[in-house]
Design a protein around this ligand. Structure first.
Ligand SMILES: Cc1cc2nc3c(=O)[nH]c(=O)nc-3n(C[C@H](O)[C@H](O)[C@H](O)COP(=O)(O)OP(=O)(O)OC[C@H]3O[C@@H](n4cnc5c(N)ncnc54)[C@H](O)[C@@H]3O)c2cc1C
Length: 368
């Protein structure tokens, strides 16, 4: 470990992770020090990102190139737009995430960020010279200097836990507070204010009659879209095909897959296999002349159906839009009845002429 950094961040919570990655990406040699590296960006209470007020902050972080929203997206279990019954200013996105995966994903991002080192230790003392912070005092490494120190200690500085009538010092449950650091800050004229947060009781799932609960459902993410690259390896006379597709190629949210389809125009059997980026690249080579690039937007319709609106971006299709609505009824006859009912009674005004049976609109035919 070096004894000199441009920036040291104390505390790998939500704020510290963003600060450290932003600093390193700006080219500053950065050290992120935290008490327990298995609890990076740990969700204290409710395993969710966003909610009233906080959802807006997460979107601002996203606009500034932060990772909280991206990692929340990658680990979301359920997504809701809260306060839909109120005006747009009150709409608040909230993602319930997989707590363990969220932590692991943040750790992956941190460990793959250039200029960023991770160190496990509880820091109890800052190095302060002439009223200026010059670094940190490590129990193991002695003084580690830096031009700036960012303190993102969350609820740990002089944290106190109250449960019922009992209370004790603590950062989070079963984690120690760091009172010495608060004392040092106070001694240098930084006043202490204590905020209160609360957490709900944990309930044993086996004690709940799940049958009596109503499923809360999932909202579609507004403005959600994927950049799609699609290339055909084989196109068969009976409409069958083998193709590769990437979603958001080369980005953190990228997904690559190989699909084999067989059957007719309206109902088809699909086998999908996930690919690595390298495998996708190798297959992509074989698809020259049979490719499509498009952006796919998702629009919520009645009965939980989703319209996939594709805007084509290359070749002779540039600028053209098609909409596909999936009818997932088990029996083909049921799906066709539903589709006819939709076309007659429920079709949004903005959907134009139906081209399902027109082979010129098949993706295979549109590829170039
Ligand atoms: C029980 C509980 C329930 C909560 N419920 C909610 C909720 O429902 N919704 C909500 O929005 N907020 C809630 N909070 C507040 C929550 O702390 C913040 O929302 C969020 O975690 C703050 O992020 P942060 O990065 O500032 O700090 P934290 O997430 O607290 O991260 C601080 C990190 O710094 C490390 N650290 C601290 N001091 C040192 C040191 N001296 N040396 C090295 N490492 C250090 C800690 O180990 C930790 O990893 C709750 C907090 C608690 C304790």
């Amino acid at each position: 470990m070096d004894k000199r950094y441009d920036v040291i961040v104390i505390g790998a919570g939500h704020a510290g992770c963003e600060a450290a990655v932003a600093s390193a990406r700006l080219g500053a040699r950065t050290l992120l020090v935290t008490s327990d590296i298995t609890k990076i960006a740990q969700m204290s209470c409710n395993p969710s990102i966003g909610g009233v007020g906080k959802g807006q902050i997460v979107r601002e972080l996203d606009a500034l190139g932060g990772y909280t929203a991206k990692i929340a997206d990658a680990t979301t279990i359920q997504y809701r737009m809260l306060n839909r019954s109120k005006g747009p200013a009150m709409h608040s996105p909230r993602a319930q995430c997989d707590r363990e995966l969220y932590t692991l994903e943040w750790r992956r991002v941190i460990e793959n960020t250039e200029n960023l080192e991770l160190w496990q230790e509880t820091i109890e003392e800052l190095v302060i010279e002439n009223g200026e912070c010059k670094g940190i005092a490590s129990r193991y490494e002695g003084v580690i200097k830096s031009q700036s120190v960012i303190l993102t200690a969350g609820t740990f500085l002089r944290g106190k836990i109250h449960i019922g009538m009992q209370s004790w010092e603590g950062g989070r449950i079963d984690e120690i507070a760091v009172p010495r650091l608060s004392e040092q800050l106070e001694a240098h004229g930084i006043p202490r204010i204590r905020f209160k947060t609360g957490t709900s009781a944990r309930i044993d799932i086996r004690s709940i009659d799940l049958e009596k609960l109503e499923a809360a459902g999932i909202d579609l993410k507004e403005h959600q879209y994927n950049k799609i690259r699609q290339g055909y390896m084989y196109i068969l006379d009976d409409g069958g095909e083998t193709r590769v597709r990437s979603y958001n190629y080369g980005t953190d949210s990228a997904r690559y897959e190989l699909t084999k389809k067989s059957g007719g125009l309206t109902a088809r059997k699909e086998d999908i296999m996930e690919l690595t980026k390298e495998e996708f690249d190798a297959f992509w080579e074989q698809t020259a002349g049979r490719r499509i690039e498009k952006t796919r937007y998702y629009i919520e319709l009645e009965e939980g159906r989703v319209a996939e609106l594709d805007i084509y971006e290359t070749g002779r299709l540039e600028g053209r839009a098609t909409v596909e609505v999936e009818f997932l009824e088990q029996r083909l006859a049921d799906a066709e009845t539903k589709a006819r009912d939709f076309a007659k009674n429920k079709k949004p005004e903005w959907i134009g002429e139906e081209v399902t049976e027109d082979p010129t609109y098949k993706n295979q035919a549109l590829a170039s």
